[in-house]
Design a protein around this ligand. Structure first.
Ligand code: ADP
Length: 236
């Protein structure tokens, strides 16, 4: 697999074209950002931990019947994926109240959200990723009716798979964000699943082991990601 030009440089990953028009290379950088790119830092080892963590989770999801873009890990920081036509949408599921949900609705952090909540957000940093619904998505052509249904079904199916996987490792899956795209008319899970895009708490102490450590200046960010990886049995 030959790496070609950089297609896109995001806040945490760089995306490269390859000699195969249907495949991309994702390079997981050490850059860490929060608050729509306002707070940015480089955290040693984060790219490597996230690449390996993501590969582990994507493989688990694929085995459980979720179509994903993941092909294989190429190096410590790089993975080969299918090139998707991404929807400009973030799909969020919440099992426990935290983050913007608490701010938006005055809900106390830590209360159980039952049944789990599903939310759509528009992927747009300038607008601070506003919350949208099915109607916005269809009226503005960001995705079709069937795509919307698929994104919901797949995101909630991921919840059932991963809640159990994390609980078996002593972790609560508080919430997470997924991004999907189209590949040959199929809705496929893209981007990443790492502690950068989800919240994970220790089941007993409720200690935060995710990007909230960075957002809230708690320190030990990558150490927490490594702890989560080690509990799941991910080799770093
Ligand atoms: P951001 O764009 O939010 O700053 P990243 O730094 O993670 O995020 O950049 C990765 C970019 O690559 C994102 O815009 C994401 O939507 C896109 N992407 C992820 N997986 C794929 C894929 N399989 N095909 C095409 N684009 C992808």
């Amino acid at each position: 697999m030959e790496k070609r030009d950089e297609l896109y440089s995001g806040k945490a990953k760089s995306v490269y074209l390859t000699d195969d028009a249907q495949k991309l290379i994702l390079f997981f950088r050490n850059d860490t950002s929060a608050f729509d790119g306002e707070k940015v830092e480089k955290l040693a080892r984060k790219g490597k931990v996230n690449n390996k963590f993501n590969a582990f989770i994507m493989e688990k999801l694929e085995q459980a019947g979720i179509p994903t873009h993941f092909e294989k890990k190429l190096s410590d920081e790089e993975s080969l994926v299918k090139k998707l036509d991404m929807f400009p949408i973030e799909c969020v599921v919440r099992n426990i109240a935290a983050g913007s949900l608490c701010k938006r609705l005055g809900i106390k952090e830590g209360i159980d959200v039952s049944p789990p909540l599903f939310e759509f957000f528009l992927k747009n940093d300038e607008l601070h990723d506003p919350m949208i619904n099915d109607y916005h998505i269809q009226s503005f052509g960001w995705a079709g009716e069937d795509d919307v249904a698929q994104m919901k079904t797949l995101t909630l199916k991921v919840n059932e798979i991963l809640k159990k996987l994390f609980l078996d490792a002593g972790l609560l899956l508080v919430d997470y964000k997924l991004e999907f795209g189209r590949f040959n008319d199929q809705v496929v899970l893209g981007d990443e699943f790492t502690p950068d895009g989800c919240r994970l708490w220790d089941v007993t102490t409720r200690e935060k082991l995710d990007k909230d450590r960075f957002r809230q200046g708690l320190g030990g960010v990558v150490e927490a990601y490594e702890e989560v990886a080690s509990r799941l049995g991910v080799e770093i």
